[in-house]
Design a binder for this molecule. Structure first.
Ligand SMILES: C[S@@+](CC[C@H](N)C(=O)[O-])C[C@H]1O[C@@H](n2cnc3c(N)ncnc32)[C@H](O)[C@@H]1O
Length: 285
């Protein structure tokens, strides 16, 4: 695989392509963005923020990093890499963007997988997340990926310049994804299935809801069709108290759980969990 630098980052204020010089990115209209010492760039202007520190907190990001680094979800990362690899063309100018990349585990895994698989493709990788804390951590993982603080609602990427958008347990903005995808481009969604973490959910909620996946047929009007759906189910094996704590903190369950539920989870010594996820692939016409 030939890794190329992402050249399709765009000014979040006017959508113009960003050029780089020294440690800055700038557009023709004179908007300038500094590269942080860690190598990422913040392309989230204050007018695109709804709170001072949008997205996941530092505590959530660090918990997710510890949990994912333990390898418990490696099968998810592996399947994502296999599916993504199967959709990569041999084009010279291929861009893969992880929308809501968190602390970068999945995109870094994909990067290494494609490199080892010796994929014949010139590809650039962009990891984008609205949380500055998440991107700060992601930038430590891999210096060859372009890490960007930005929002999926208005991705700071040139219109029609992305081949594959990954959205892993993330905030889905199909309008934003539609805008940046090339014609024939793909969205790969990874979403929790009905039994995902069911053992933990039974402990933290008084009533467990088995929410079905959203119907994607409504996206046909936007020009998307569903190409494929692939489930993945496995058991984590025994995870310990610390890992249960990290898992709870890194998911929305922490805020939704009852106080008693959180206490019960905190007292668990170990748990064997079901991971139930669905991979769905959409194509833009
Ligand atoms: C559940 S986490 C998943 C992170 C990562 N994909 C993973 O699975 O490890 C959701 C992520 O979406 C980010 N996020 C929330 N709203 C967002 C938005 N509007 N644009 C981009 N990222 C967003 C959060 O900061 C968080 O990192």
């Amino acid at each position: 695989m030939n890794i190329v630098k992402a050249r399709n980052l765009a000014c979040p204020l006017d959508g113009l392509r960003l050029e780089s010089r020294d440690r800055q990115l700038f557009c023709n209209q004179g908007h300038v963005y500094d590269l942080a010492r860690q190598g990422y760039v913040n392309l989230l202007p204050v007018q695109h923020k709804r709170t001072k520190h949008p997205g996941d907190s530092k505590e959530m990001v660090l918990a997710r990093s510890r949990f994912l680094n333990s390898g418990i979800y490696e099968s998810v990362a592996h399947k994502l890499a296999e599916i993504t690899g199967s959709y990569l063309t041999h084009s010279k100018n291929c861009c893969c963007l992880d929308a809501g990349c968190g602390e970068g585990y999945y995109l870094d895994y994909l990067f290494n997988y494609l490199q080892e698989a010796n994929h014949r493709c010139a590809i650039s990788f962009i990891g984008m997340d609205i949380s500055k804390f998440a991107i700060h951590e992601a930038a430590k993982r891999n210096k060859q990926i372009s890490w960007v603080v930005g929002t999926n609602r208005q991705p700071a990427v040139e219109v029609g310049s992305v081949d594959i958008v990954l959205c892993v347990f993330g905030f889905q903005s199909f309008e934003g994804f539609n805008k940046i995808l090339k014609s024939g481009g793909k969205i790969i969604l990874v979403e929790p299935g009905a039994d995902h973490l069911i053992e933990l959910r039974k402990i933290i909620y008084s009533e467990v809801k088995r929410t079905p996946l959203q119907d994607l047929d409504q996206l046909e009007d936007m020009g998307f069709s569903v190409l494929d759906s692939q489930p993945l189910q496995f058991k984590t094996g025994t995870i310990n108290n610390k890992q249960i704590h990290d898992l709870l903190i890194m998911t929305p369950h922490f805020y939704r759980a009852t106080k008693e539920g959180r206490e019960a989870a905190a007292n668990l010594e170990q748990l064997d969990l079901t991971v139930d996820v669905m991979f769905r692939i959409l194509e833009k016409k």
